[in-house]
Design a protein around this ligand. Structure first.
Ligand code: GLA
Length: 722
């Protein structure tokens, strides 16, 4: 619900459990007042007394100094010395923006953001949107702030639209929003960082003075930092305390962080990275920012994550596969790498079928001259030496086994050694006069261009049209460098990265509409583009190229801070593991992968009978338990980063079924007793575990006995309410 109280001048946005409020000061300035646990009473007029004049700061708003006020949307030039949401250069060279409150509107439901993915409302959802217009009279510029309130999901989304009715101007920063926190005496910032094969490790630091930011400036959300931050009280744990999450619905360069002012207010911000962005707006044009999802919970970090999980799996991801059980697949990449032919793929599929796998995915190497990563990328024509019947013929053979067929593409890229590059050398992202750097021997196609988007869409579309493909792995294996486009003039070169994203989203939008029965899975050298933007089109992402089970526990743990397990592609691979050389038991690898979107990444023909039995049971478990892993609530009971045993609990929404995943990463002989305290159970009910009955309150307050005395003794415990 959204209200504006004319008397107190307070806007209040309420979800079932949270409130977010800001006040209108002197009918001009929007001042942030509150975000947290739901308020039962309205904020009264006295809110203005909380602010006083401060020295050494401009006093443009009566006695209030902008530099120290908690602002809803800060603009550069009026004396706010912190990171500002908006800054622009006008036709006269001036850089000052002063847009004050003009009016507001409350709309039922939620408007789409043109050209960009965004959280959507479905019929029957309690969703309303507040649009507040700020107006800079001198420049005839409007800044419209959008807040959508998803009441049942306890989430609020924010985005901004800039409308220029004045002379041509250049935006050089337009963040999607910031929240000026009053915070706890001590607060922490959490972010997810890493690199290839080590994505989304959790970093938690105290918010000290100054600015702490994470960013991507490489045109994709990236392995290095994920477009997510959380701010929490320093004593917030996984299960209790205040946690405020920010997730960005965008897959390109971004910035997010916190800045503390001299009086202790924290500004948490998120948006397109201004360092890689400029946008020219002519008279009559507008620019829309991507959206932020705000998630607050007083049930700790797991509570914050549950809000994100519910929103992402239900109102970010779209299409047929959003709600239904997905595939149990086998992918040939780690089994064969580039050394493929039809016979090998069919043999891998046959064995997989025997243990209940339903989908065979053919990875890289099936097209053009692609027998390694040096050539052929971009030439999406089957290699008939390897696949005599083409993709169509192979798909038929796989279908003949009673399985679905899936296929790998990397449509956004090109090898310089390819027919496509030879025909269109200007189709790549590049800067005139500079040698374009290569990553994995490849260059990025310039999706800021319409003609390139059309090529990509047709190349993929033609294959999908002609063969029975049920699943696409959409890969993207490099970041951007030497960014520029052959088609844009000097003035517009700063727009390339964002235009690329608009191009990509349009291609993905068209293809997913045209092929509604195809399940698309995103990949970017593993999890290099794992974000809420991509999840709108593809409900799952190949979580990491690191398939080692011990490392995967950490990667999946960090990923779950914002993304649900239903979005994580998790496969069992061979040992010794190809990335790290470690050997773990087969059942351990299965238990780590089962909660995600499960599959195999090996040749089952090389497994022992005992391994095949475990492999078969894992497929059965995945099918039987998937509903709870993918639609239930997650409680992270203990972290792989700071304990020897990592525990995740998943509980069905009706609290009837509880799954407890226990993964020791190292064990000791004669280990001490441990009790794993569960959370979120019905405390008055009894639960059955292995034929024995326990009280819900006993399980939460004393816990389940566990002894970590044998290396890699993983378990998935199933408890059922009696
Ligand atoms: C990337 C992906 C892998 C695999 C290879 C193929 O590295 O992350 O899973 O598909 O490309 O070249």
């Amino acid at each position: 619900m959204i209200t504006f109280n004319e008397k107190t001048k307070v806007f209040t946005l309420s979800t079932n459990k949270t409130s977010y409020a800001f006040g209108l000061l002197d009918d001009k300035l929007l001042v942030h007042l509150y975000w947290g646990k739901k308020l039962t009473n309205e904020i009264n007029e006295n809110w203005k007394d909380e602010f006083c004049s401060r020295s050494h700061s401009p006093f443009d708003y009566g006695e209030y100094s902008t530099n120290f006020m908690p602002l809803e949307y800060s603009q550069y030039g009026g004396g706010d010395s912190r990171i500002c949401d908006f800054s622009a250069v006008y036709s006269d060279g001036s850089r000052v923006t002063k847009a004050d409150f003009k009016n507001y509107e409350i709309i039922d439901g939620k408007p789409e953001i043109e050209g960009l993915p965004s959280v959507y409302a479905e019929k029957g959802d309690k969703v309303s949107t507040l649009a507040v217009t700020l107006f800079d009279k001198l420049k005839n510029l409007e800044i419209i702030l959008y807040y959508s309130v998803f009441e049942e999901f306890d989430a609020i989304t924010r985005s901004v639209k800039i409308v220029n009715n004045g002379e041509t101007m250049r935006i050089n920063s337009v963040l999607s929003g910031s929240v000026d926190f009053f915070g706890a005496p001590k607060s922490d910032i959490i972010h997810l960082d890493g690199t290839w094969a080590r994505e989304r490790f959790v970093t938690r630091n105290e918010i000290a003075g100054g600015n702490t930011s994470i960013q991507s400036n490489v045109g994709v959300s990236s392995h290095f930092y994920n477009p997510f931050i959380a701010v929490c009280d320093s004593d917030t744990t996984e299960l209790c305390g205040n946690a405020y999450g920010f997730g960005f619905v965008y897959s390109g360069s971004f910035i997010a962080g916190t800045e503390v002012n001299a009086y202790g207010t924290i500004r948490a911000y998120m948006g397109i990275n201004p360092r890689e962005f400029e946008w020219v707006l002519q008279n009559g044009e507008s620019f829309s920012s991507p959206e932020i999802i705000l998630s607050y919970s007083n049930e700790g970090l797991s509570g914050m994550s549950r809000v994100f999980h519910n929103v992402i799996r239900n109102r970010v991801s779209k299409g047929k596969y959003r709600d239904i059980e997905r595939f149990a697949l086998i992918n040939n990449w780690e089994a064969t790498y580039f050394d493929i032919n039809e016979e090998k793929i069919v043999n891998i599929a046959k064995k997989a079928k025997e243990i209940g796998i339903d989908t065979m995915v053919l990875d890289d190497g099936w097209f053009g001259t692609r027998s390694n990563d040096k050539s052929g990328l971009g030439d999406w024509v089957e290699n008939k030496d390897r696949l005599p019947g083409g993709i169509k013929g192979l798909a038929e053979k796989i279908n003949g086994l009673g399985m679905n067929f899936g296929l790998w593409f990397e449509p956004e890229m090109v090898n310089p050694d390819s027919d496509l590059y030879r025909a269109h050398p200007d189709w790549i992202i590049h800067t005139k006069g500079r040698t374009p750097s290569q990553i994995r021997n490849q260059l990025t196609l310039d999706l800021s261009r319409k003609d390139v988007c059309e090529y990509v869409e047709n190349a993929v579309g033609n294959i999908l049209e002609n063969a029975n493909v049920s699943y696409v792995k959409w890969d993207m294996n490099r970041t951007m460098s030497e960014v520029g486009s052959a088609l844009l003039d000097a003035e517009h070169q700063g727009e390339v990265m964002h235009r690329y994203m608009l191009g990509l989203y349009s291609v993905l939008g068209n293809l997913t509409k045209r092929f509604p029965n195809v399940l698309f899975e995103a990949c970017a050298s593993g999890g290099g583009r794992y974000d809420c933007g991509i999840l709108q089109f593809m409900p799952q992402v190949w979580t990491s190229d690191d398939t080692d089970a011990v490392e995967r526990i950490k990667i999946q743990y960090g990923t779950s801070f914002i993304y649900p397990y239903s979005s994580m592609g998790c496969h069992v691979s061979a040992c010794p593991n190809h990335q790290i050389g470690r050997t773990t038991p087969f059942d351990y690898r299965c238990n780590v992968a089962i909660p995600g979107q499960f599959g195999y990444e090996l040749d089952l023909n090389k497994c022992t009978d005992e391994e095949l039995q475990i492999a078969k049971k894992a497929v059965e478990d995945y099918r039987r338990l998937g509903e709870i892993f993918h639609k239930g609530d997650l409680y992270r009971i203990s972290s792989p980063f700071d304990s020897d045993v990592s525990v995740n609990e998943f509980i069905s929404k009706d609290k009837n079924t509880v799954l407890v995943c226990i993964y020791p990463k190292t064990s000791i002989v004669a280990a001490k007793d441990t009790y794993i305290k569960l959370a979120g159970l019905d405390e008055t009910a009894s639960y059955e575990l292995d034929g024995k009955i326990y009280g819900g309150d006993y399980l939460m307050n004393k816990g389940i006995w566990y002894c970590n005395d044998f290396e890699y003794k993983s378990k998935i415990l199933e408890l059922n309410k009696k």
